[in-house]
Design a protein around this ligand. Structure first.
Ligand SMILES: Cc1ncc(COP(=O)(O)O)c(C=O)c1O
Length: 359
């Protein structure tokens, strides 16, 4: 079992070049406490943190790196806020391909270390991921590096790497098969918007195959401090907007449009809307997922649920709707957010005498 069971829907790669580390087939579980507390009777979580390198980006890296093997490429040039880099570092290690990754200025240390452990060469670029002008120029330089015959640029967005993004579309296929009842809304976090486009395209593919009667509304959630897509989608704008990123949520600091125009158009076509939420609500939701559901995720991964809870509060979704929130990455990689959740919590050291006094 891996995303290759959908091989006929992915970028075409001959069998002998397909790499797999066991990605995909992530669980879909019902909310036990947060849903009922909000009056949402059918709230579910799809847990993408269970992928081999810890996030949904493994689906991208799996398809992208396998495609590189098939094309005889030996050098991967990439950029990442953390999870794409970790995923590409893992899959290029498995494929025996060189990997060079430009990291956004604010990438959490654990994500950076994870890439280094897999043997990737990494460097950070000042202002990248915060300033749209620096970010645009950096993308251009990476494309220059990737234009060498033996190289390919891998950035997890349709705008740059459409072949790899077909791997992300498998989330929609799995979801459509796992859900016991038709899904009404899928809430997903957006940085560049590639994930949301992949969901919309995956559901449309399934519908075109005649295997999905109701295409779920793909609901885009972003931090207010990186509102490139959410508000334009809600307002009825034609496309996304460029911003200066002020959010602290790693992975969602993407000031440029990237896949934003497609996200606006294609998610609107599914009936979905946009939801902008403050960082504080995302952090609070991350802690609630751990304490009330037993789900340890990073802040970006809690963003979808923050948006769904906000939408429920504002009566934008029906209480009995079938709702899935994507929990896009595992919690171990963002130490600052762990420290924030543990503020004031201590682990005391005791001796045997004190232990004997505990009832
Ligand atoms: C955990 C997590 N969730 C969501 C996203 C957003 O994905 P996209 O940039 O495709 O919108 C990212 C991107 O890095 C991420 O790492």
């Amino acid at each position: 079992m891996s995303i290759w069971r959908y091989a006929d829907l992915l970028h075409k790669v001959p069998q002998e070049h397909r790499i797999s580390l066991g990605e995909g087939d992530t669980p879909l579980i019902r909310s036990r406490r947060i849903g009922p507390a909000a009056g949402l009777r059918n709230l579910f979580f799809k847990l993408e943190g269970g992928n081999p390198a810890g996030s949904f980006k493994d689906r991208f890296a799996c398809a992208a790196v396998s495609g590189m093997l098939a094309d005889g490429k030996q050098r991967c040039i990439a950029t990442s806020s953390g999870n794409t880099g970790a995923a590409l570092a893992a899959y290029t290690a498995a494929a025996g391909i060189e990997c060079h990754i430009a990291i956004v200025e604010t990438a959490p240390l654990s994500k950076l270390k994870q890439m280094l452990v897999y043997g990737a060469n990494i460097f950070r670029i000042k202002g990248f991921g915060l300033d749209p002008v620096v970010s645009e120029a950096a993308f251009g330089e990476l494309q220059r590096m990737g234009s060498r015959d033996d190289s390919a640029v891998q950035i997890s967005a349709y705008h740059f790497s459409p072949a790899g993004m077909t791997g992300v579309q498998t989330i929609a296929h799995e979801l459509a098969e796992q859900a016991e009842a038709p899904v009404d809304h899928v809430f997903a976090p957006a940085g560049g918007g590639g994930l949301c486009v992949a969901l919309a395209r995956g559901f449309m593919q399934k519908a075109d195959q005649g295997r999905l009667d109701n295409v779920p509304a793909v609901e885009i959630v972003q931090p207010e401090g990186n509102d490139t897509i959410a508000s334009p989608l809600r307002r009825g704008d034609e496309g996304a907007q460029t911003v200066t990123a002020t959010t602290k949520i790693s992975g969602l600091q993407v000031p440029n449009v990237i896949d934003g125009h497609d996200a606006v158009q294609e998610c609107r076509a599914t009936g979905g809307s946009g939801h902008a939420v403050p960082d504080d609500l995302i952090w609070e939701t991350q802690a609630r997922l751990a304490r009330e559901e037993g789900i340890f995720c990073e802040p970006a991964a809690a963003t979808a649920l923050a948006g769904a809870l906000r939408a429920a509060e504002e009566d934008r979704i029906a209480r009995d709707a079938n709702i899935v929130c994507l929990v896009t990455g595992i919690g171990f990689k963002d130490e600052a957010s762990i420290d924030r959740m543990l503020a004031g919590v201590e682990c005391p050291m005791i001796d045997l005498d004190q232990l004997r006094e505990i009832e």
